[in-house]
Design a binder for this molecule. Structure first.
Ligand code: SF4
Length: 226
């Protein structure tokens, strides 16, 4: 079990998958900057982060729910968790509310469905937190994409659960090192909100110069004092 001080923000999973240096800059060095993509993401999350519960008959919609798992060492917020009145296994009791309810997490994403699985890993991390907090098993959830305004179902399979805990472990090791990885310019840097803080092209060039100088010094024959 982890303590409150050891918890990794669920948002770090996205940052780490996008770029390990970006993850280090944000979560080790406290850097942050906005660009068009992050602003669009914020706008999409505005309602989802509103910290309110809406009731529509046998459906309760919790927005901006604070979640955490001491078992997996995670903390964050779930954009939306829908609770459906249900007596089936997996349904849970909610404090101060009659009946049993089946939780389904929904994560909001800008853009459209992507071919990498990091969005699925992120919502699976939310499900791991909710399972621990609610004492239930959550079989699936949805990713809602702002561009298409459609829900994409996600099953929390053993494979996805393993990929999620593996990703969390890799972040934990990277964070424990306390070192932000060096910059390496890649095409995706052009989409990165931290570009102006990271300066990947300039930093990479200075690293190459330093490596060249180090090699030159090593290749020099030993100095003959006589
Ligand atoms: S600019 Fe590139 S190297 Fe720097 S943090 Fe962003 S993605 Fe990573």
């Amino acid at each position: 079990m982890f303590t409150e001080y050891d918890l990794i923000p669920i948002s770090a999973l996205q940052h780490f998958a996008f770029c390990e240096r970006q993850c280090g800059l944000i979560h080790l060095e406290g850097a942050w900057a906005e660009n068009r993509l992050t602003v669009e993401g914020k706008q999409l999350h505005e309602r989802a982060d509103s910290d309110e519960t809406e009731v529509r008959g046998d459906l309760r919609i919790a927005r901006g729910l604070r979640i955490r798992s001491l078992k997996h060492g995670l903390v964050g917020r779930a954009d939306v968790v829908e609770f459906y009145r249900d007596e089936a296994p997996g349904a849970v009791e909610l404090e101060g509310v009659d009946g049993r309810w089946r939780p389904i997490p929904i994560e909001y994403k800008r853009g459209r469905v992507k071919f990498n699985s990091i969005d699925e890993v992120q919502i699976c991390a939310q499900a791991l937190c909710l399972e621990e907090m609610l004492g239930s098993v959550i079989e699936g959830g949805f990713l809602f994409y702002g561009k298409t305004r459609r829900r994409h179902p996600v099953t929390f399979s053993p494979t996805l659960r393993h990929a999620t805990t593996d990703c969390v472990e890799r972040i934990r090791v990277a964070m424990a090192s306390g070192k932000t990885p060096h910059a390496r310019y890649q095409k995706k840097c052009d989409r990165c909100s931290l570009y102006e803080l990271c300066l990947p092209k300039a930093i990479e060039q200075s690293q190459q110069v330093r490596e060249y100088l180090d090699r030159s010094v090593q290749d020099q024959p030993p100095h003959d004092p006589g």
